[in-house]
Ligand binder design. Sequence first.
Ligand code: PBG
Ligand code: ZN
Length: 336
Amino acid sequence: MQLSFPTSRPRRLRANKLVRDAVAETSLSPDDFIMPIFVKDGAGKEPIDSMPGYFRWPVDGSLVEHVEEALSLGVNKFILFGVLPDDVKDPEGKASYDPQGVVPRAIRLLKETFGDRVLLFADVCLCEYTDHGHCGVVVRDGRGWRIDNDRTISIYAKEAVVYADAGADFVAPSGMMDGQVRAIRQALDAAGYQDVGIMAYSAKYASAFYGPFRVAASSAPKFGDRRTYQMDPRNSREAVKEVMLDIEEGADIVMVKPALAYLDVVRLVKDWFPWVPLAAYSVSGEYSMIKAAAKMGYLDERLVALEALFAIKRAGADLILTYYALDAARWLREGT
Ligand code: PBG
Ligand code: ZN
């Protein structure tokens, strides 16, 4: 093999768009995307200050139209997050398993309207539903506070069954409690929902990139932080353990979150578990950073957003949760 100049000229394979496309190692399509949707009570869509171009949607015809638009662009997978007013929150997040809550109502509306044309994921956590904003039940003791892991996962199990009842295709536990996937799998099976899948937020880091989401979902912790349950950003080998445990507990799809700052983790997990579908969550901070820089004129939004999505795919993600799903689908249609 002659690898050196002048015989070898790598630039031949970059000479024009057709040859570049011919040798491209990575492809991106709307099929790869899962689009987050925030749903809320009351009429009218609300802009989210921390996420320009993103909205909280009411459970009515406007949500149906929004999803219709996504479908017309080939985006057919959605993950739903409920946004609640403070006065319905309590220490245990009981509203999370209310069958009349916004998320179950949104699932029913979208499934009645679109049936199998949409794949619906429901985020399972308590932070949108607890008055303190933590992802689990808080217990106070002499030394401060801690999260009651096992009580929390029994509530996640109820929440997951409510979403399955409503028609969710997948539930997606995001609270990083130990044993949450097993508890949910057992509860779903006991309720007859063997066919409802679990997409586990397996390696979810204690990340400051979630800032804009917490404004969007009013789910920021009122005290302390999430470091006793979410992973330490300094660790990657630990992600292999977390993913392995979730696979053993019954996860159908595993996830690394955030995406851009954790592409080494995406690659590591893909290499360790190549047979398991892997999702990467390009989080709110990744979206809002690009939006802000583009607004300032520092970056080209379209080029940067697509480059980031290709990078996440290249690192090994099979699915990407992204707030750019609609824009990216449009841009891909126009041609890269
Ligand atoms: C709730 C949840 C969070 C995100 C998804 N599910 C926030 C958090 O853990 O504080 C973050 C998503 C994003 O930033 O886009 N457990
Ligand atoms: Zn949470």
